[in-house]
Design a protein around this ligand. Structure first.
Ligand code: ATP
Ligand code: MG
Length: 399
């Protein structure tokens, strides 16, 4: 089947009435960036978008659209004249690709209420035409193997038979900005994807402790943001914080069973200051209730006390195996399980407290002046920036 367009259906943004334009504009921008190089034309309307394919491969184009947040589903479509002959010919062309001895159904959406043929007439006409010109296919209206969709709209008729589910959510850049605490583990990249789904733009912060952590461990985190960026079509900045001085001081000065709590507290303090600087409105992490000692409610309470920022935990209540499935689906799993030590793993205490007392933690922390070390760490942040799609003039030339 030769398709000429991709039909793009929007996700939750169809619930927006007043500021829909802002959402559509944002989605159009991401689609144009992601499809740069295909030589296609993007036309995003209020309710749906069409990608005119010219010579591009529809399945390759749809692969690039699948993970763009804000898109609910896509279909490769044929745009035809509003005539009986065009509809009949296209229906037969679809059927040629169907398996032998299969069943089908014609489904009509008549958005153009002035079209002379009614829904039922079109179904009958096309069903009859297909049966007349084929031998080994039957109609089944209840449970068909294939559905041929006919959308009669003002400008043309669109026909298709495949609907491919996409990621849904809201378009990138419509939900504000958050700072993601990104380790090299399985959880935090998944947390990043989940928050991006809601249209939130993210920057990431990673703490490393050279020479205790290897350059490969930091490279792995860079690879993770590359995957996240490539998939969503949105660039991500990664702030790499030198944490060695703070980490070794914590190790020396805070009793072993409380050092994890303090480490997380200091990380969150640094993250909050960076969040303010980059105008982020929330901090995101990959914490999961009860997963480890630092993620019990009591621990979260003691750690969270250092910040007034909302700390979002998209994975809070999931099962670990659900998170693993998501990481595989997001394509970060293989990178996450590469065996390079994270700073928290190396300095991990033998028996961290599952119920750390905030008073006790504070008692030990106040004996150390962390402030100059925090400032120094912030001053020495190294930046890594992805380049999802080189900026081009595609935006202008395609509109
Ligand atoms: P895992 O899959 O091993 O649980 P994780 O990334 O979730 O990996 P945890 O030890 O559970 O690691 O840490 C909880 C959260 O704290 C992480 O999800 C991440 O948001 C944050 N975090 C941990 N270590 C770092 C680090 N070195 N830099 C930035 N954030 C970190
Ligand atoms: Mg975890």
């Amino acid at each position: 089947m030769k398709y000429d367009h991709i039909l793009v259906r929007y996700g939750e943004m169809t619930l927006k009435t007043k500021n829909r334009k802002m959402f559509v504009d944002a989605l159009r921008k991401t689609m144009i960036r992601s499809l740069d190089g295909f030589g296609v034309k993007v036309k995003a309307n209020r309710d749906r978008a069409y990608i005119e394919l010219y010579d591009a491969d529809p399945y390759e184009v749809m692969d690039s659209l699948k993970h763009i947040t804000g898109i609910l589903s896509v279909s490769p479509v044929v745009k035809i004249d509003k005539t009986d002959e065009a509809m009949k010919g296209t229906a037969l062309n679809f059927v040629k690709d169907f398996k032998d001895n299969s069943t089908f159904k014609i489904e009509v959406k008549r958005a153009d209420k002035e079209y002379p043929l009614k829904t039922f007439d079109i179904q009958n006409m096309l069903g009859g035409h297909v049966l007349e010109h084929t031998d080994n296919i039957a109609v089944d209206v209840k449970n068909p193997d294939y559905q041929i969709m006919v959308e009669v709209r003002k400008d043309a008729i669109y026909m298709y038979h495949e609907v491919i589910r996409c990621v849904g959510g809201l378009p990138a850049g419509t939900g504000g900005r958050a700072l993601l605490l990104l380790s090299g583990g399985i959880d935090s990249p998944v947390a990043g994807f989940e928050i991006m789904k809601k249209g939130v733009e993210i920057e990431a912060i990673h703490f490393h402790s050279p020479p205790y952590t290897s350059p490969q461990a930091t490279d792995k985190v860079k690879q993770l943001v590359d995957i996240m960026s490539e998939r969503t079509g949105v660039d991500i900045k990664l702030h790499i914080v030198p944490f060695t001085e703070l980490q070794t001081t914590l190790y020396d000065k805070i009793p072993d069973n409380m050092s994890m709590t303090s480490t997380r507290r200091i990380m969150l303090m640094v993250a909050e200051r960076l969040a303010r600087k980059i105008d982020a409105e929330a901090i995101v992490n990959g914490e999961n209730l009860g997963q480890v000692a630092s993620q019990t409610l009591t621990s979260m309470h003691a750690i969270n006390a250092v910040t007034s920022y909302p700390v979002l935990r998209p994975l809070l209540t999931l099962e670990k195996n659900e998170i693993v499935t998501m990481a595989k689906e997001y394509n970060t799993y293989e990178t996450s399980i590469m065996p390079f030590e994270d700073c928290c793993t190396i300095f991990k205490p033998k028996a961290p407290k599952t119920k750390p007392s905030l008073e006790k933690v504070l008692k030990f922390e106040t004996k150390v002046d962390f402030e100059p070390m925090i400032e120094k760490a912030l001053e020495n942040i190294e930046m890594y920036e992805t380049n999802a799609k080189e900026d081009t003039n595609a935006f202008d030339s395609l509109l």
